[in-house]
Design a protein around this ligand. Structure first.
Ligand SMILES: *Cc1c(COP(=O)(O)O)cnc(C)c1O
Length: 394
């Protein structure tokens, strides 16, 4: 194996790209597992000479390897790795200046709402919140509008936005389209291919995939934008550490098979919940009657493994969370084990109450991040919990 296989490996399947073959241009000993360059700094052989690496805040071989793979997985020109999803978003929003206006989707990760409200506004930016899955964004665009920011499907209400349709408008108006692709991972959806300008990921979720580390990514196609973001990342000091980069590389190796399995489990669970007399509503875009089902079929290769569902009462919620044995009551998502989350008090506690009510994040809503366990086990456990909740609250 030489070092000049770049072109030959570009047109391979997603599963193959996950293995990172022939990207390994750094390791002179041909290690199969890319080494962790656990170093803060790099020495020089003389004045004006550099191995290509000077200081790890700026760049590091392990992180660079990870960024190269992630760019490939998202069909982007370049990717940047950060210490968390929020660090990625924080650095991204430094490209804006006081007076700039951004249109954001009404249903977003709570931490994103918080940074826009508490940090970006303080820095002189303004925001308009809209339901991008149904509303026409054009009426909100002003002379100061610089970007539209969304997740699809959304967290936790599973609204689906047509990325390609929206990108036609943002391109015409000369503004950026930013898509947080955390929920589907690059395995199921590639927003850049649909016309988005910037992809955001919380690598903590599916990309890392094991609930064992925190990380985030930005992926772009534009060289100038990439350079600007690299400059900001180095200046702010938000880049991913070498060991975390290695954990992400390791997680990515099984990304395709994990996503495949988790989605299969999620489909079966959504169907089960949909039939349960104890469940009032199931939000999963894989169900044929979900309003976003058709758009998802067009723009994504799968429906993901996140399910929100509404039970009969807050007492039912309490019982389910107390009695769950086969999956964990915890925030986060995207790991191999199933998690159950209560958006009202966990992921979306930061969202202003008025917006939460409007979005339907009520005291009966639960969210499942379906893992890769045995399908039958998960369904049996849900069946037990729903019946027990009914008994306990009778
Ligand atoms: C978790 C999450 C984030 C934030 O990422 P961290 O890694 O927790 O900082 C952003 N967007 C979405 C959709 C998330 O689920």
């Amino acid at each position: 194996m030489g070092n000049s296989h770049e072109k030959r490996t570009w047109n391979v399947s997603f599963e193959t790209k996950c293995q990172g073959m022939n990207l390994n241009i750094q390791d002179k000993y041909h290690a199969i597992s890319f080494p962790i360059y656990q170093t803060a700094t790099f020495s020089h052989t003389g004045l004006g000479e550099s191995s290509g690496f000077d200081y790890t805040r700026q760049s590091n071989p392990t992180r660079q390897q990870l960024e190269a793979i992630l760019a490939r997985l998202e069909n982007g020109r370049g990717a940047l790795a950060f210490s968390s999803g929020m660090a990625a978003i924080a650095v991204l929003f430094e490209i804006f200046k006081p007076g700039d206006h951004v249109i954001v989707d009404a249903d977003l990760y709570g931490g994103s709402v918080r940074i826009f409200d508490k940090v970006c506004r303080k820095n002189g930016m303004s925001f308009t919140t809209a339901d991008l899955s149904t509303e026409n964004v054009e009426k909100y665009i002003t002379g100061d509008t610089k970007a539209v920011y969304l997740e699809t499907p959304t967290n936790p209400m599973m609204h689906v936005t047509d990325i390609e349709k929206l990108s036609k408008i943002t391109k015409e108006k000369g503004i950026l389209l930013i898509v947080d692709n955390t929920f589907l991972s690059p395995y199921f959806q590639n927003p850049l291919d649909l016309g988005a300008d910037i992809v955001v990921h919380s690598g903590t979720k599916y990309i890392g995939g094991h609930h064992d580390t925190i990380g985030g990514f930005l992926v772009v196609n534009d060289e100038e934008l990439e350079e600007k973001l690299r400059y900001l990342s180095n200046t702010i000091g938000a880049a991913m550490a070498p060991f975390d980069s290695w954990l992400m590389l390791r997680g990515i190796r099984t990304l395709a098979v994990r996503m495949e399995r988790a989605e299969k489990n999620a489909g079966a669970i959504a169907e089960f919940l949909n039939k349960s007399p104890y469940v009032k509503k199931v939000l999963y875009p894989g169900l044929p009657d979900h309003p976003g089902h058709g758009i998802m079929k067009k723009q994504a290769r799968g429906f993901g493994a996140m399910i929100s569902f509404e039970v009969r009462s807050a007492e039912h919620v309490r019982s389910i969370l107390k009695n769950a044995e086969l999956f964990y009551f915890a925030e986060s998502l995207g790991g191999t084990e199933t998690l159950i989350t209560y958006p009202l008090t966990q992921t979306h506690a930061e969202v202003p109450e008025e917006l939460r009510e409007k979005n339907g994040i009520n005291d009966r809503l639960l969210r499942l991040s379906v893992g890769i366990e045995g399908e039958e086990d998960l369904i049996k456990e849900l069946d037990r919990l729903l019946k027990l909740a009914e008994e306990e609250t009778r």
